[in-house]
Design a protein around this ligand. Structure first.
Ligand SMILES: O=C(CO)[C@H](O)[C@H](O)COP(=O)(O)O
Length: 236
């Protein structure tokens, strides 16, 4: 891992995006990755690079239990899944199986606000991630709180690299940019737009034109036929 991280840094990657999957929230034995000890190991191994950004994307059951451990491990920012918030997903089943979407959204919002408060009070940045099928406008009330400094627009189903870019992400990025520029910025709230999944030298142009600030890439970098450095240059 140290050698791979070194390769990323040498090639000029700005941030590291650490996908933390527990094999349960994304229900697959293959979607099992890292925990706080790996984040701690990377932070310590690269302690001389004090500005190294370690973005940790939590795709796990009961994500709130990881906040303190990730802060202690040296995560710069925690990004959590909007769809994991609320009573439908946090295991608090009250037996009420009506499908009142407004109520669900309110539950998700209050869980997300509470979690964002935990994260920011631990001194980390706080990001929110949305799945391809989620309507981006549902997170606007959360962005209004001013606690979220990054939105991770997933252009694939979370869990695996190597999937095809879903163009539904483009419209979401445009809407987010408009909302940031017209509504949030005038209130002093800054927000970065990150896109994750299926990023390559072709899709990157489309997402940047739409307003993305940060690209997360796996396959396009690590599987590039001409090597990692060439891949980073191509994306840049
Ligand atoms: O796991 C993912 C989302 O949860 C992503 O697909 C991964 O971060 C990037 O991989 P790739 O560039 O191959 O799509």
């Amino acid at each position: 891992m140290g050698a791979e991280v070194q390769k990323c840094l040498d090639a000029g990657c700005a941030w590291l995006h650490v996908d933390v999957f527990d094999g349960v929230y994304i229900d697959s034995p293959h979607a099992l990755t890292f925990g706080p000890r790996m984040v701690d190991g990377i932070r310590k191994r690269f302690a001389n690079r004090t500005g190294l950004v370690l973005d940790v994307h939590l795709c796990v059951e009961r994500p709130r239990r990881y906040a303190t451990a990730m802060a202690e491990a040296g995560a710069t920012r925690l990004i959590f899944q909007w769809e994991a918030m609320g009573e439908r997903n946090d295991g608090d089943d009250d037996g009420d199986d009506d499908d009142d979407d407004d109520d669900d959204d309110r539950d998700a919002l209050s869980s997300a606000v509470a979690f964002a408060r935990d994260i920011t009070s631990l001194g980390m940045g706080c990001g929110i991630s949305i799945n391809p099928e989620t309507d981006v406008t549902t997170i606007f009330p959360l962005l209004d709180t001013g606690m979220i400094d990054l939105v991770d627009v997933l252009a694939v189903e979370p869990g695996f690299g190597g999937q095809q870019f879903n163009h539904v992400a483009i419209r979401k990025i445009e809407l987010l940019r408009q909302y940031r520029d017209r509504i949030l910025r005038p209130r002093g709230i800054n927000l970065r737009i990150l896109v994750d999944g299926g990023i390559n030298s072709i899709t990157s142009s489309a997402v940047i034109d739409a307003g993305a600030d940060i690209l997360v890439a796996g396959t396009a970098l690590f599987q590039h036929p001409e090597g990692f450095e060439k891949a980073v240059k191509e994306l840049r």
